[in-house]
Ligand binder design. Structure first.
Ligand SMILES: O=C(O)CCC(=O)C(=O)O
Length: 408
């Protein structure tokens, strides 16, 4: 599962610290040791919340919520066999949404909008756009967030029956697209590290999705990953572990580390703590920081934790897509080509009974120098299939070209 990636040990060896960083590291190590050896035993509660977390979330189920099956009116809906395969694996077989030439043309059109249209018609604070441009990070990955709400070609892509009828087989008769985004990787770019992401907490203070009680964690939302370029192992294919949704602990440990950082650090084997702090605090590459967090999870769960799962490389032609549950462990290879850009458009879909951004006004956006707040309570979802009769979420049924000051 780590093929193509440097180990945490190699990263530590390759990453020098300044004198100031060394002093900070020493101080942090002392503080964590004091919490672990003095304070927690004194309080008599050691690492019990983490232990409780590790004892649960290991037997997740995946049951489809939709009854729509392929028929003459819905030729793209899934067959019973396809639904059952999805219930076992949490990932669909690749299917076509666009012809290859259409997918490549869409990629070019979207790149053309980054510095023109997306620069001003976007949901971000102006200072964020300026900072990302100054850092050379104003690209489709950041600039393209939520643009399916207002760009007609994207709106049509994410509401295409090839996608939404399949989703109706899995999610039911009211399907909402709550977020659209791009994952672009240029030559030399690192991949995305292994992760699970069912309720989309990310950098926010709370989860962005609230399903009704009793919903399988794997079915809180489904992602549709659409290739807008050829996707190969060398240019950064996505990798997924079919069936791995049954064990949701990695996502919960990531959340625990956000909410109870000191407890999390104090529960790590002391000989790993220095590597985790060193990379987590000081490594400039976000990918390396997530890798060290993942390595810490493996320390807690046991190194063999993932060996029971097959790792599947998702190789796609332009215009092909897969559906997967984000509770399946997934990530992607680095792009080691000299001249190929790998691009995917990704839609995130929920059943209409899931509250989107519940009681939540602000999300956080990462930049190389700290976070920016993004107001999210006024961002609507797109009705992708059926009707939203619940009044639970703000929903649009048509593309909104004028949103955020865009040109019609
Ligand atoms: O495309 C990638 O590199 C990763 C995509 C991913 O993590 C996701 O769509 O959830």
């Amino acid at each position: 599962m780590m093929s193509g990636l440097p180990s945490v040990e190699d990263r530590v060896a390759q990453h020098d610290l300044s004198v100031f960083q060394r002093l900070r590291l020493r101080a942090m190590l002392r503080v964590v040791s004091w919490f672990r050896d003095v304070l927690y035993p004194h309080l008599g509660q050691a690492d019990s919340p983490l232990k409780a977390l590790l004892a649960g979330h290991q037997h997740q189920r995946l049951r489809a919520l939709g009854s729509l099956r392929r028929n003459a009116t819905h030729p793209h809906a899934m067959s019973q066999d396809e639904v059952e395969l999805f219930e076992r694996e949490g990932v669909s077989a690749p299917f076509s949404v666009l012809a290859p030439q259409q997918a490549l043309a869409l990629a070019e059109a979207m790149r053309g909008r980054v510095d023109r249209d997306f620069r001003t018609a976007n949901p971000f604070p102006r200072a964020y756009t300026r900072r990302m441009r100054a850092a050379g990070l104003w690209n489709l990955r950041y600039a393209g967030l939520f643009q399916a709400l207002r760009v007609p070609e994207l709106f049509d892509l994410f509401t295409a029956p090839a996608i939404t009828e399949r989703l109706a087989s899995l999610l039911g008769d009211d399907v909402l697209l709550w977020r659209s985004q791009f994952f672009e990787m240029g030559p030399g770019d690192g991949g995305t590290f292994w992760h699970q992401n069912s309720s989309f907490r990310e950098l926010a203070d709370q989860r962005k999705l609230r399903p009704p009680a009793g919903r399988d964690q794997s079915m809180i939302q489904l992602s549709v990953w659409i290739a807008l370029s050829e996707v190969t192992v060398r240019n950064g294919a996505m990798r997924i572990m079919p069936g791995s949704f049954v064990d949701g602990r990695i996502e919960h440990i990531y959340e625990f580390s956000q909410d109870h950082t000191m407890r999390f650090l104090a529960s790590l084997p002391p000989d790993r703590l220095e590597a985790v702090l060193r990379l987590g605090l000081f490594h400039p590459d976000r990918f390396a920081r997530v890798q060290c967090l993942f390595d810490a999870c493996l320390q807690l769960l046991g190194r063999q934790h993932f060996e029971r799962w097959e790792v599947r490389d998702v190789l796609l032609k332009p215009g092909q897509a897969i559906i997967f549950t984000s509770l399946n462990m997934h990530g992607s290879y680095p792009n080691v080509t000299a001249d190929q850009r790998r691009l995917a458009a990704v839609g995130r879909y929920v059943p209409g009974d899931t509250a989107i951004f519940p009681d939540m006004r602000w999300d956080r956006l990462p930049t190389p120098r700290g976070h920016f707040r993004l107001r999210v309570d006024d961002i609507p979802a797109v009705q992708a299939f059926g009707r939203h009769e619940r009044q639970l979420n703000r929903v649009v049924t048509r593309c909104q070209p004028q949103l955020w000051g865009g040109q019609p």
